[in-house]
Design a protein around this ligand. Structure first.
Ligand SMILES: [Zn+2]
Length: 249
């Protein structure tokens, strides 16, 4: 299974970074986690058809994580899609999602595929996807409003995606994590509802986490300074994510 980071910027965007979202590729089908800017050109650059995007998982409904949805739906319509699209969102965001689909008038285009909204309870762990070798579950993040992180299990490997959050005890308590994709909106200073790279290093048991990929990044933050001040064993575990970075699980 392969994950491609489609964007790695925080809410204000970046000069060379799209807002944070990514693609999970498992065989022919893909799952998009959040939808930042320019999803159509990102898919085109990867050589992936919009027909291959089977489902979308929204971790939360802040604009930087959802604003690409109309463009993605538009591209699916233009491509003549007929197979259903599944959208996962928290129960609290279902009404907002439906209103938004109404505002962009997808029934008037008319979209020829069914948009199936699967809602999940965000305050508890929720099972979203269970296939042969892949399982995706949610866990609550510590953000303003309903937000979830994702635990992605593939064969015997575990990847955890924090989504937007303050340092999260749920992640800290995991026995073993192969890859942790974690937001690092700032490098050194703590910021409410978010996490700094320094906090990732100080808070989480990195001896139980094989690799850390930092996303949701801010252009002007001194991430390299934080990494350079670490011992090699810590520094070697942490990658500052970049758009189109591939992660194999
Ligand atoms: Zn965000």
């Amino acid at each position: 299974m392969e994950i491609t980071l489609l964007g790695t910027a925080c809410a204000v965007g970046g000069m060379d970074r799209d807002n944070t979202y990514f693609l999970i590729q498992n065989r022919e089908d893909c799952t998009m986690v959040d939808v930042g800017g320019s999803p159509l050109s990102k898919l085109a650059k990867l050589g992936i058809s919009v027909h291959q995007v089977k489902e979308i998982i929204f971790t939360h409904f802040h604009i930087d994580h959802v604003y690409g949805l109309p463009s993605l739906l538009w591209g699916m319509w233009l491509a003549g899609r007929t197979k259903p699209l599944i959208i996962y969102c928290s129960s609290e965001n279902e009404v907002q999602l439906k209103k938004w689909l109404e505002v962009i008038d997808i029934h008037q285009w008319p979209v020829l595929f069914e948009v199936q909204i699967h809602k999940y309870a965000w305050r508890t762990e929720s099972l979203l996807i269970k296939e042969e070798e892949l399982m995706i579950t949610t866990f609550p993040s510590l953000q303003l409003g309903p937000t979830v992180g994702l635990k992605i299990q593939y064969k015997d490997k575990v990847l955890v995606y924090s989504a937007d959050t303050e340092p999260n005890s749920w992640i800290k308590e995991q026995k073993q994590i192969d890859i942790m994709i974690h937001e690092a909106t700032t490098a050194e200073r703590p910021r409410v509802n978010h996490t700094s790279l320094q906090e990732i290093i100080n808070y989480y048991p990195l001896e139980r986490i094989d690799q850390v990929v930092a996303v949701h990044l801010t252009d002007t933050e001194p991430y390299d300074r934080v990494l350079d001040s670490q011992v090699i064993a810590i520094k070697d575990k942490i990658i500052i994510g970049f758009d189109f970075m591939k992660i194999n699980l």
